[in-house]
Ligand binder design. Structure first.
Ligand SMILES: Nc1ncnc2c1ncn2[C@@H]1O[C@H](COP(=O)(O)OP(=O)(O)OP(=O)(O)O)[C@@H](O)[C@H]1O
Length: 322
């Protein structure tokens, strides 16, 4: 809306930056509550939270589709929704499933998308469309009608549409939702490739392992609020792992561990004894167990997962289903 004069710049404070971003829907629902988000350039940023935690609402504000109730959002250094016209050409988005014409082929759908972009040169349209089809692995199925596509193929076609132009930022809302494991792998592989080429990718997910597999950074949402954000490694490392000893001699193992000053020793199920990961040498502890006659069948530290981090932070489980 008029604010297209300044060039889009790389904001050193992040490709996406929100401050106290808040959305209260008309019905009174506080969907996003005071969100401060910083997405570094070049990151694959996972926006994680259970269903209804405010992810889609945030993405819709970032893309200028809805107006915040209060607070600010900057994308590529420009304020949204004010600078929507200068920002969106640099952003590829896949939100709530792509809108496709079922009676048109994949290729024809992409051609339509490209033609709807006033900045796209019609003379090079064919080349762009073929390159995008190739990119997402749909070249062989390009002549098929979109209604005959599987969910995964439709999702890939949506991604192809987002990739018709080189993008600085890709915003993907639950890109693997409803896909089978093979489809998920393909989308994740594509995300990794795009990131390797320097595109910042912001993707929402309610799947913790997905975030752990593809993201460098993550933010965790619950009930409209940001719980934490940072590198995925730091989020999990913020929690110490658990020592896990597998043995038929659980009571004796527990006694030895306590004697050695190991904290929070718990006799668990399946012949396991767990405890805080110790500071000292693990081999010595193992030797002490063996020396005391404990039959050690397994011994090691289990790394804390993002799911552990989420539970530690919220005191709640994560709805990994769905
Ligand atoms: N248009 C709307 N009007 C009123 N309330 C809404 C609207 N859209 C979403 N909400 C509510 O806002 C909250 C956040 O929803 P949102 O869709 O942003 O969450 P989400 O994390 O994206 O979840 P999902 O993964 O289910 O899409 C929910 O309580 C939801 O019911």
């Amino acid at each position: 809306m008029g604010d297209t004069g300044e060039a889009v710049v790389e904001d050193e404070d992040g490709v996406i930056r929100t401050r106290a971003l808040t959305k209260r829907y008309r019905g009174g629902q506080l969907a996003v509550d005071g969100l401060d988000l910083t997405v570094p350039a070049g990151s694959v940023f996972g926006f994680l939270g259970p269903n209804g935690s405010g992810k889609t609402t945030t993405i819709r504000m970032l893309m200028g589709l809805i107006t915040p109730t209060s607070g600010t959002a900057r994308v590529l250094g420009r304020p949204m929704p004010r600078a929507v016209q200068s920002v969106l050409p640099h952003v590829g988005a896949l939100i709530e499933g792509p809108a496709l014409y079922g009676f048109l082929s994949g290729r024809e759908n992409l051609t339509r998308y490209d033609a709807a972009d006033p900045t796209a040169d019609p003379r090079t349209r064919r080349v762009r469309v073929e390159a995008a089809l190739e990119r997402v692995g749909l070249a062989a199925a390009a002549a098929k009608k979109a209604k005959a596509y599987s969910l995964g193929m439709k999702q890939r076609l949506g991604l192809a549409a987002a990739l018709l132009q080189p993008r600085r930022l890709l915003v993907l809302d639950e890109p693997t939702n409803g896909l089978d494991p093979q489809g998920m792998r393909e989308i994740r592989g594509l995300v990794r490739e795009l990131a390797a080429e320097g595109t910042t990718v912001f993707l929402s997910s309610h799947l913790l392992d997905e975030i752990e597999q593809v993201c460098t950074h993550a933010a965790v949402m619950a009930q409209g609020r940001l719980i934490t954000q940072g590198t995925v490694a730091d989020l999990a490392a913020g929690l110490r792992g658990r020592l896990v000893v597998t043995t038929p001699d659980q009571a004796e193992a527990a006694r030895v561990l306590k004697e050695r000053g190991v904290g929070d020793v718990v006799v668990a199920d399946e012949g396991r004894v767990t405890a805080d990961a110790p500071d000292g040498e693990l081999a010595e502890l193992n030797a002490a167990l063996v020396e005391a006659g404990v039959r050690v069948r397994g011994f090691g530290v289990e790394r804390a997962s993002l799911e552990d981090a989420f539970m530690a932070l919220t005191g709640e489980g994560f709805d990994v289903a769905g």
